[in-house]
Design a binder for this molecule. Sequence first.
Ligand code: FEO
Length: 432
Amino acid sequence: MCVSENNRIFANPIILSRNPSAKNSIVHTDNTFHMHTSRKITQDLFYVGASDRRLALFENIYPIPRGVSYNSYLLMDEKTALLDTADAAVAEQFFANVEAVLSGRRLDYLVVNHMEPDHAALISGLLLRCPEVTVVTTAKAAQMMEQFFGNKPENLQVVKEGDTLCTGRHTLSFIMAPMVHWPEVMMTYDTTDKILFSADAFGTFGALSGNLFADEVDFVRDWLEDARRYYINIVGKYGVQVQNVLKKAATLDIQMICPLHGPVWRSNLDFFIGKHDVWSRYEPEDRGVVIVYGSIYGHTESAAMRLGMLLAERGVKGIKAYDASHTDASQLVAECFRYSHVVFASSTYNNGIFTPMEGLLLDLKAHAWQKRTVALIENGSWAPQSGKLMRAELEQMKDIVILGDILTLKSALQPSQEEALAAMADQIVSTL
Ligand code: FEO
Protein backbone atom coordinates (compact mmCIF):
# COMPACT_ATOMS: atom_id res chain seq x y z
CA MET A 1 0.00 0.00 0.00
CA CYS A 2 1.45 3.36 -0.95
CA VAL A 3 -0.71 5.41 1.35
CA SER A 4 0.32 5.89 4.95
CA GLU A 5 -2.74 5.58 7.15
CA ASN A 6 -1.50 8.05 9.72
CA ASN A 7 -0.22 10.66 7.34
CA ARG A 8 -2.95 12.80 5.85
CA ILE A 9 -0.65 14.24 3.23
CA PHE A 10 -1.23 11.03 1.34
CA ALA A 11 -5.00 11.32 1.59
CA ASN A 12 -7.23 11.17 -1.47
CA PRO A 13 -5.07 8.60 -3.22
CA ILE A 14 -5.30 8.35 -6.93
CA ILE A 15 -5.77 4.62 -7.57
CA LEU A 16 -4.87 2.63 -10.67
CA SER A 17 -1.19 2.05 -10.13
CA ARG A 18 0.53 0.18 -12.94
CA ASN A 19 3.30 -0.90 -10.67
CA PRO A 20 2.19 -0.51 -7.07
CA SER A 21 5.00 -2.52 -5.55
CA ALA A 22 7.88 -0.48 -6.91
CA LYS A 23 9.11 1.77 -4.15
CA ASN A 24 9.55 5.37 -5.22
CA SER A 25 9.40 4.60 -8.90
CA ILE A 26 6.72 6.66 -10.58
CA VAL A 27 3.59 4.78 -11.51
CA HIS A 28 0.75 5.72 -13.80
CA THR A 29 -2.36 6.86 -12.01
CA ASP A 30 -4.95 6.86 -14.74
CA ASN A 31 -5.88 5.02 -17.86
CA THR A 32 -4.38 7.49 -20.27
CA PHE A 33 -0.86 7.58 -21.57
CA HIS A 34 1.19 10.70 -22.17
CA MET A 35 4.43 10.49 -24.12
CA HIS A 36 7.07 12.34 -22.15
CA THR A 37 8.01 15.90 -23.11
CA SER A 38 11.16 16.08 -21.03
CA ARG A 39 14.34 17.56 -22.41
CA LYS A 40 17.97 17.15 -21.43
CA ILE A 41 19.56 20.36 -20.17
CA THR A 42 22.99 19.16 -19.08
CA GLN A 43 24.62 15.79 -18.59
CA ASP A 44 22.63 15.21 -15.40
CA LEU A 45 19.78 17.68 -15.52
CA PHE A 46 16.42 17.29 -17.26
CA TYR A 47 13.44 19.53 -17.82
CA VAL A 48 10.29 17.73 -16.65
CA GLY A 49 7.82 20.64 -16.51
CA ALA A 50 4.88 21.29 -18.80
CA SER A 51 2.89 24.16 -20.30
CA ASP A 52 -0.75 25.16 -20.15
CA ARG A 53 -2.33 26.97 -23.09
CA ARG A 54 -5.89 26.52 -21.85
CA LEU A 55 -5.78 28.69 -18.75
CA ALA A 56 -7.30 32.13 -19.40
CA LEU A 57 -6.22 33.87 -16.20
CA PHE A 58 -3.02 33.14 -14.29
CA GLU A 59 -3.72 33.42 -10.55
CA ASN A 60 -7.29 33.90 -11.76
CA ILE A 61 -6.48 37.53 -12.56
CA TYR A 62 -3.77 37.93 -15.24
CA PRO A 63 -4.68 37.16 -18.87
CA ILE A 64 -2.16 34.79 -20.47
CA PRO A 65 -3.02 34.57 -24.17
CA ARG A 66 0.39 32.95 -24.78
CA GLY A 67 -0.13 30.41 -22.00
CA VAL A 68 2.31 29.66 -19.20
CA SER A 69 4.85 26.99 -18.38
CA TYR A 70 5.30 25.31 -15.02
CA ASN A 71 8.94 24.35 -14.91
CA SER A 72 10.32 21.46 -12.95
CA TYR A 73 13.82 20.00 -13.11
CA LEU A 74 15.12 16.54 -12.34
CA LEU A 75 18.74 16.02 -11.37
CA MET A 76 19.92 12.49 -12.15
CA ASP A 77 22.98 12.14 -9.94
CA GLU A 78 24.02 9.26 -7.64
CA LYS A 79 20.95 10.41 -5.77
CA THR A 80 18.06 11.79 -7.76
CA ALA A 81 16.53 15.15 -6.90
CA LEU A 82 13.42 16.77 -8.31
CA LEU A 83 13.31 20.55 -8.05
CA ASP A 84 9.70 21.63 -7.51
CA THR A 85 6.60 20.03 -8.98
CA ALA A 86 3.99 21.77 -11.16
CA ASP A 87 0.44 23.00 -11.41
CA ALA A 88 -2.41 20.49 -11.13
CA ALA A 89 -3.50 21.36 -14.69
CA VAL A 90 -0.43 19.64 -16.13
CA ALA A 91 -0.32 16.71 -13.70
CA GLU A 92 -0.43 13.88 -16.20
CA GLN A 93 2.26 15.36 -18.44
CA PHE A 94 4.43 16.19 -15.44
CA PHE A 95 4.28 12.70 -13.96
CA ALA A 96 4.86 11.16 -17.39
CA ASN A 97 7.98 13.31 -17.73
CA VAL A 98 9.31 12.44 -14.28
CA GLU A 99 8.66 8.77 -14.85
CA ALA A 100 10.40 8.80 -18.22
CA VAL A 101 13.53 10.48 -16.91
CA LEU A 102 13.72 8.37 -13.77
CA SER A 103 13.49 5.25 -15.95
CA GLY A 104 12.77 3.06 -12.99
CA ARG A 105 15.23 4.68 -10.58
CA ARG A 106 13.91 5.82 -7.23
CA LEU A 107 13.39 9.46 -6.45
CA ASP A 108 15.50 10.40 -3.45
CA TYR A 109 14.81 14.11 -2.94
CA LEU A 110 12.14 16.64 -3.72
CA VAL A 111 13.49 20.16 -3.32
CA VAL A 112 10.64 22.63 -2.83
CA ASN A 113 11.73 26.17 -3.59
CA HIS A 114 8.25 27.68 -3.61
CA MET A 115 4.91 26.59 -2.15
CA GLU A 116 2.51 28.53 -4.38
CA PRO A 117 0.15 25.94 -5.86
CA ASP A 118 1.25 26.57 -9.45
CA HIS A 119 4.42 24.72 -8.40
CA ALA A 120 3.40 22.83 -5.29
CA ALA A 121 0.00 21.40 -6.20
CA LEU A 122 1.50 18.06 -7.19
CA ILE A 123 3.60 17.53 -4.07
CA SER A 124 0.95 15.36 -2.45
CA GLY A 125 0.53 13.36 -5.65
CA LEU A 126 4.28 12.91 -5.88
CA LEU A 127 4.55 11.76 -2.27
CA LEU A 128 1.74 9.33 -2.91
CA ARG A 129 3.79 7.83 -5.71
CA CYS A 130 7.15 8.13 -3.94
CA PRO A 131 6.43 7.86 -0.20
CA GLU A 132 10.09 7.45 0.75
CA VAL A 133 11.26 10.64 -0.92
CA THR A 134 12.87 13.22 1.35
CA VAL A 135 11.38 16.68 0.98
CA VAL A 136 14.01 19.42 1.27
CA THR A 137 12.65 22.88 1.93
CA THR A 138 12.47 25.87 4.27
CA ALA A 139 10.75 25.86 7.65
CA LYS A 140 8.11 28.25 6.35
CA ALA A 141 7.43 26.06 3.34
CA ALA A 142 7.04 23.04 5.61
CA GLN A 143 4.49 24.99 7.61
CA MET A 144 2.66 25.84 4.38
CA MET A 145 2.64 22.15 3.43
CA GLU A 146 0.74 21.51 6.63
CA GLN A 147 -1.64 24.34 5.75
CA PHE A 148 -2.23 23.18 2.20
CA PHE A 149 -2.13 19.41 2.67
CA GLY A 150 -3.10 18.90 6.31
CA ASN A 151 0.23 17.46 7.39
CA LYS A 152 3.96 17.74 6.86
CA PRO A 153 5.79 15.15 4.77
CA GLU A 154 7.02 12.12 6.70
CA ASN A 155 10.59 12.57 5.49
CA LEU A 156 11.39 16.25 5.81
CA GLN A 157 14.74 18.00 5.73
CA VAL A 158 14.45 21.67 6.66
CA VAL A 159 17.23 23.85 5.29
CA LYS A 160 18.33 27.42 5.85
CA GLU A 161 20.67 29.90 4.19
CA GLY A 162 23.92 28.27 3.09
CA ASP A 163 22.94 24.69 3.89
CA THR A 164 24.03 22.17 1.29
CA LEU A 165 22.86 18.84 -0.04
CA CYS A 166 25.26 16.51 -1.79
CA THR A 167 23.69 14.23 -4.36
CA GLY A 168 26.96 12.66 -5.56
CA ARG A 169 28.70 14.68 -8.24
CA HIS A 170 26.54 17.70 -7.44
CA THR A 171 26.27 19.82 -4.34
CA LEU A 172 23.18 21.95 -3.99
CA SER A 173 23.39 25.09 -1.89
CA PHE A 174 20.27 26.84 -0.62
CA ILE A 175 19.71 30.57 -0.79
CA MET A 176 16.84 32.10 1.13
CA ALA A 177 14.75 34.48 -1.00
CA PRO A 178 11.84 35.61 1.18
CA MET A 179 9.08 37.53 -0.63
CA VAL A 180 10.36 36.63 -4.06
CA HIS A 181 7.49 36.05 -4.26
CA TRP A 182 6.18 34.47 -1.04
CA PRO A 183 7.86 34.42 2.38
CA GLU A 184 8.90 30.76 2.24
CA VAL A 185 10.79 31.03 -1.05
CA MET A 186 14.32 29.80 -1.47
CA MET A 187 16.54 29.34 -4.48
CA THR A 188 18.83 26.41 -5.10
CA TYR A 189 22.32 26.77 -6.52
CA ASP A 190 24.07 23.80 -8.05
CA THR A 191 27.67 24.58 -7.11
CA THR A 192 28.96 21.88 -9.45
CA ASP A 193 27.42 23.05 -12.73
CA LYS A 194 26.86 26.69 -11.60
CA ILE A 195 23.11 26.56 -12.15
CA LEU A 196 20.69 28.77 -10.24
CA PHE A 197 17.20 27.38 -9.75
CA SER A 198 15.62 30.75 -9.20
CA ALA A 199 12.00 29.96 -8.23
CA ASP A 200 9.64 32.65 -9.60
CA ALA A 201 12.48 35.08 -10.24
CA PHE A 202 13.57 35.42 -13.88
CA GLY A 203 10.29 33.83 -14.96
CA THR A 204 7.77 34.96 -17.53
CA PHE A 205 4.31 34.26 -18.83
CA GLY A 206 4.24 32.26 -22.06
CA ALA A 207 4.03 28.56 -22.82
CA LEU A 208 7.13 26.73 -24.04
CA SER A 209 7.09 25.27 -27.51
CA GLY A 210 9.89 22.75 -27.33
CA ASN A 211 12.43 25.55 -27.47
CA LEU A 212 13.45 25.47 -23.85
CA PHE A 213 16.29 27.97 -23.89
CA ALA A 214 15.99 31.74 -24.18
CA ASP A 215 18.64 31.66 -26.91
CA GLU A 216 16.38 29.42 -29.01
CA VAL A 217 13.68 32.09 -29.28
CA ASP A 218 13.61 35.79 -30.15
CA PHE A 219 13.22 36.76 -26.53
CA VAL A 220 13.19 40.53 -26.97
CA ARG A 221 10.65 40.39 -29.79
CA ASP A 222 8.38 37.63 -28.50
CA TRP A 223 8.89 37.31 -24.73
CA LEU A 224 10.15 40.49 -23.11
CA GLU A 225 6.75 42.17 -22.88
CA ASP A 226 5.30 39.16 -21.10
CA ALA A 227 8.39 38.88 -18.90
CA ARG A 228 7.97 42.49 -17.83
CA ARG A 229 4.22 42.07 -17.24
CA TYR A 230 4.91 38.90 -15.24
CA TYR A 231 7.64 40.44 -13.09
CA ILE A 232 5.91 43.75 -12.43
CA ASN A 233 2.54 42.27 -11.55
CA ILE A 234 3.69 39.18 -9.67
CA VAL A 235 6.85 40.34 -7.90
CA GLY A 236 6.89 44.10 -8.57
CA LYS A 237 5.85 45.02 -5.06
CA TYR A 238 8.92 43.32 -3.62
CA GLY A 239 11.71 45.31 -5.25
CA VAL A 240 13.76 45.53 -2.05
CA GLN A 241 13.70 41.77 -1.60
CA VAL A 242 14.59 41.20 -5.25
CA GLN A 243 17.52 43.57 -4.86
CA ASN A 244 18.67 41.53 -1.85
CA VAL A 245 18.63 38.37 -3.92
CA LEU A 246 20.40 40.05 -6.84
CA LYS A 247 23.15 41.06 -4.42
CA LYS A 248 23.51 37.45 -3.29
CA ALA A 249 23.45 36.26 -6.89
CA ALA A 250 26.23 38.69 -7.78
CA THR A 251 28.54 36.72 -5.47
CA LEU A 252 27.91 33.48 -7.36
CA ASP A 253 29.32 32.19 -10.61
CA ILE A 254 26.03 31.59 -12.44
CA GLN A 255 26.27 29.90 -15.82
CA MET A 256 22.60 29.03 -16.15
CA ILE A 257 19.30 30.19 -14.67
CA CYS A 258 16.44 27.71 -14.40
CA PRO A 259 13.27 29.61 -13.42
CA LEU A 260 9.88 28.16 -12.57
CA HIS A 261 8.22 29.82 -15.58
CA GLY A 262 9.45 30.43 -19.11
CA PRO A 263 12.74 29.79 -20.87
CA VAL A 264 15.99 28.63 -19.29
CA TRP A 265 18.89 31.09 -19.55
CA ARG A 266 22.28 29.69 -20.53
CA SER A 267 23.65 32.74 -22.39
CA ASN A 268 23.28 36.50 -22.25
CA LEU A 269 22.34 36.20 -18.58
CA ASP A 270 23.43 39.77 -17.89
CA PHE A 271 20.70 41.09 -20.19
CA PHE A 272 17.90 39.51 -18.19
CA ILE A 273 19.51 40.09 -14.80
CA GLY A 274 19.94 43.73 -15.83
CA LYS A 275 16.25 44.06 -16.64
CA HIS A 276 15.37 42.72 -13.19
CA ASP A 277 17.81 45.12 -11.61
CA VAL A 278 16.10 48.09 -13.31
CA TRP A 279 12.60 46.81 -12.55
CA SER A 280 13.35 46.08 -8.90
CA ARG A 281 14.94 49.51 -8.40
CA TYR A 282 11.75 51.03 -9.86
CA GLU A 283 13.78 52.95 -12.42
CA PRO A 284 12.23 53.62 -15.83
CA GLU A 285 13.32 51.10 -18.39
CA ASP A 286 12.81 53.63 -21.21
CA ARG A 287 12.55 57.39 -21.43
CA GLY A 288 9.17 57.91 -23.09
CA VAL A 289 5.51 58.79 -22.64
CA VAL A 290 2.48 56.64 -21.90
CA ILE A 291 -0.95 58.25 -22.11
CA VAL A 292 -3.68 56.42 -20.22
CA TYR A 293 -7.20 57.76 -20.41
CA GLY A 294 -10.49 56.91 -18.80
CA SER A 295 -13.15 58.34 -21.08
CA ILE A 296 -16.92 57.84 -21.03
CA TYR A 297 -18.10 59.45 -24.29
CA GLY A 298 -14.77 60.11 -25.96
CA HIS A 299 -14.12 63.75 -25.01
CA THR A 300 -11.38 62.94 -22.51
CA GLU A 301 -9.92 60.55 -25.06
CA SER A 302 -9.94 63.33 -27.67
CA ALA A 303 -8.04 65.69 -25.38
CA ALA A 304 -5.54 62.95 -24.52
CA MET A 305 -4.96 62.25 -28.20
CA ARG A 306 -4.57 65.97 -28.95
CA LEU A 307 -1.79 65.95 -26.35
CA GLY A 308 -0.28 62.95 -28.10
CA MET A 309 -0.22 64.92 -31.37
CA LEU A 310 1.42 67.91 -29.69
CA LEU A 311 4.06 65.65 -28.16
CA ALA A 312 4.74 64.03 -31.51
CA GLU A 313 5.04 67.45 -33.15
CA ARG A 314 7.70 68.22 -30.56
CA GLY A 315 9.67 65.16 -31.57
CA VAL A 316 8.56 62.59 -29.00
CA LYS A 317 8.69 59.12 -30.53
CA GLY A 318 7.21 55.82 -29.41
CA ILE A 319 4.27 57.37 -27.56
CA LYS A 320 1.94 54.72 -26.14
CA ALA A 321 -1.76 55.41 -25.56
CA TYR A 322 -4.24 53.17 -23.78
CA ASP A 323 -7.93 53.28 -23.03
CA ALA A 324 -8.13 52.16 -19.40
CA SER A 325 -11.57 50.64 -20.05
CA HIS A 326 -10.24 48.37 -22.76
CA THR A 327 -6.79 47.41 -21.57
CA ASP A 328 -6.05 44.83 -18.93
CA ALA A 329 -4.73 46.38 -15.75
CA SER A 330 -1.67 44.12 -15.79
CA GLN A 331 -0.61 45.61 -19.14
CA LEU A 332 -1.22 49.17 -17.95
CA VAL A 333 0.79 48.61 -14.78
CA ALA A 334 3.65 47.09 -16.77
CA GLU A 335 3.68 50.01 -19.22
CA CYS A 336 3.64 52.55 -16.39
CA PHE A 337 6.67 50.75 -14.92
CA ARG A 338 8.41 50.70 -18.29
CA TYR A 339 8.29 54.40 -19.14
CA SER A 340 9.54 57.53 -17.44
CA HIS A 341 6.48 59.73 -18.09
CA VAL A 342 2.78 58.95 -17.74
CA VAL A 343 -0.21 61.14 -18.56
CA PHE A 344 -3.36 60.20 -16.69
CA ALA A 345 -6.53 61.65 -18.22
CA SER A 346 -9.78 60.78 -16.50
CA SER A 347 -13.43 61.67 -16.46
CA THR A 348 -15.16 62.30 -13.17
CA TYR A 349 -17.60 59.55 -12.26
CA ASN A 350 -19.91 59.39 -9.25
CA ASN A 351 -17.99 62.38 -7.94
CA GLY A 352 -14.81 60.31 -8.07
CA ILE A 353 -12.22 59.04 -10.54
CA PHE A 354 -13.64 57.08 -13.50
CA THR A 355 -13.53 53.53 -12.17
CA PRO A 356 -11.03 51.93 -14.61
CA MET A 357 -8.57 54.76 -13.92
CA GLU A 358 -9.15 54.56 -10.19
CA GLY A 359 -8.42 50.83 -10.36
CA LEU A 360 -5.18 51.48 -12.20
CA LEU A 361 -3.98 54.00 -9.62
CA LEU A 362 -4.77 51.62 -6.78
CA ASP A 363 -2.93 48.86 -8.62
CA LEU A 364 0.11 51.08 -9.15
CA LYS A 365 0.12 52.01 -5.47
CA ALA A 366 -0.13 48.34 -4.49
CA HIS A 367 2.90 47.60 -6.67
CA ALA A 368 4.97 50.38 -5.07
CA TRP A 369 5.16 52.33 -8.34
CA GLN A 370 7.50 55.29 -7.90
CA LYS A 371 10.15 57.55 -9.44
CA ARG A 372 8.05 58.75 -12.38
CA THR A 373 6.94 62.06 -13.89
CA VAL A 374 3.24 62.48 -14.54
CA ALA A 375 0.78 65.00 -15.99
CA LEU A 376 -2.92 65.08 -15.21
CA ILE A 377 -6.04 65.89 -17.23
CA GLU A 378 -9.47 65.79 -15.61
CA ASN A 379 -12.93 66.09 -17.08
CA GLY A 380 -16.33 66.77 -15.57
CA SER A 381 -19.41 68.42 -17.04
CA TRP A 382 -20.56 70.02 -13.80
CA ALA A 383 -18.14 69.19 -10.97
CA PRO A 384 -14.71 67.98 -12.15
CA GLN A 385 -13.09 66.05 -9.28
CA SER A 386 -10.94 63.39 -10.86
CA GLY A 387 -7.77 65.48 -11.13
CA LYS A 388 -7.67 66.39 -7.47
CA LEU A 389 -8.42 62.80 -6.52
CA MET A 390 -5.82 61.35 -8.89
CA ARG A 391 -3.25 63.73 -7.44
CA ALA A 392 -4.17 62.60 -3.92
CA GLU A 393 -3.51 58.98 -4.92
CA LEU A 394 -0.22 59.85 -6.62
CA GLU A 395 0.95 61.85 -3.61
CA GLN A 396 0.80 58.65 -1.58
CA MET A 397 3.40 57.12 -3.89
CA LYS A 398 7.13 57.72 -3.62
CA ASP A 399 9.00 60.24 -5.79
CA ILE A 400 6.20 60.99 -8.22
CA VAL A 401 6.69 64.40 -9.84
CA ILE A 402 3.43 65.97 -11.02
CA LEU A 403 4.09 68.47 -13.79
CA GLY A 404 2.36 71.85 -13.56
CA ASP A 405 -1.34 72.33 -13.07
CA ILE A 406 -4.08 69.82 -13.67
CA LEU A 407 -5.75 70.59 -17.00
CA THR A 408 -9.48 70.77 -16.34
CA LEU A 409 -11.98 70.03 -19.10
CA LYS A 410 -15.64 70.96 -18.78
CA SER A 411 -17.22 68.31 -21.01
CA ALA A 412 -14.70 68.77 -23.82
CA LEU A 413 -11.39 70.39 -24.67
CA GLN A 414 -12.06 73.96 -25.80
CA PRO A 415 -10.05 75.88 -28.42
CA SER A 416 -9.15 78.34 -25.68
CA GLN A 417 -7.33 75.52 -23.85
CA GLU A 418 -4.97 74.72 -26.68
CA GLU A 419 -2.31 76.93 -25.13
CA ALA A 420 -2.55 75.13 -21.77
CA LEU A 421 -2.32 71.75 -23.49
CA ALA A 422 0.70 72.94 -25.48
CA ALA A 423 2.31 74.09 -22.23
CA MET A 424 1.74 70.61 -20.79
CA ALA A 425 3.39 69.09 -23.86
CA ASP A 426 6.34 71.50 -23.47
CA GLN A 427 6.77 70.54 -19.83
CA ILE A 428 6.75 66.85 -20.65
CA VAL A 429 9.29 67.30 -23.43
CA SER A 430 11.56 69.44 -21.26
CA THR A 431 11.75 66.71 -18.62
CA LEU A 432 12.12 63.71 -20.91
FE1 FEO B 1 4.85 30.80 -10.00
FE2 FEO B 1 4.71 32.47 -6.95
O1 FEO B 1 4.35 31.12 -8.20
